[in-house]
Design a protein around this ligand. Sequence first.
Ligand SMILES: [Mg+2]
Length: 351
Amino acid sequence: MIPLPTVLSDSTHGIMTHFGMVTVRITDDEGNEGLGYTYTVNAGSKAVACLIEEDIKPILLNADEDCIENLWQKSWWHLHFVGRGGIAAFAIAAVDVALWDLKARSFKTPLWKLMGGNNPKVKAYAGGIDLQMPIDQLLQQTQDNLAKGLKAIKMKVGREKLSEDIDRVRAVRELIGDDITFMVDANMIWPVDVAIQAARKMADYNIHWLEEPTNPDDITGYARIQREGGVPIAAGENFHNLEEFRHLISAEGVTFVEPDVATCGGITPWLKIARLAESYNLQVTSHGVHDLNLQLLAAIPNGSLLEIHGFGLERFLKNPITFVDGYTTASERPGHGVELDFELLAQYQTK
Ligand SMILES: [Mg+2]
């Protein structure tokens, strides 16, 4: 478990002080190495690591590392009875990202080019995890994020009273003015009727999207909130397979599709989700692990905003991403270009 640089809070996970991280390194016969990782909140990291070690590793040993789809299918169906998503999707994701990184590195090409190569320049936003932050601190955080060069921000909503949320949204919009893109994230907390009421009130503040207004399993609820609330909906961080995305997208319950490559089964299903969204003329945004997601959004034609996630992984990275005028740029380094400082991470390692 890795301590967070600051205490974080949202409506569902409460107060967060640590996160779990599971890393995978795969080497080929020529000595090339691929790196993958996933993360957990509050629970599950040891179980994810155990699935990789006990159940996925035997599938990979002596296999052709270039046949990623085949290895993904074998892993998925090997774990299917206890999987179909959940922690199996996290475990497969870490391995799948490592295999894609390995392939791109062995081809000496950046991952975003191997995956299609659309545009390395991606607009980014600061994803605040700030529900319980006092309002003066929330405004300070907002100013700090704008000072970093970002032109888009997101804050948490879902406090005890909706009026508190509206007051905080108003204060932030007044601070940032009309030109900054502004999103809100309820982390699934509201019943559908409250979500519709909240969306209608927040529409006054030019909200770019309302994220996860209710339980992600309530597909018809999402469709109602989007239709009746009048604000575009973002969702997907709690989906762990392609089919869950298909259900929500085909029900017109989402506008900004938000798969997390570290938790949806990896790059292999992520690409299918992106193509599915494209076929519905929808944009794809990201969740978590922004250093990886930057590569993915740069690969596709329907990429939207990149979330700069608040877990502070940049402390352990050799090349953290930077921002110019609201944008960041995918690197030209081979693979995904992310190098973790394993020496620094060693102090948090558990068996
Ligand atoms: Mg979210």
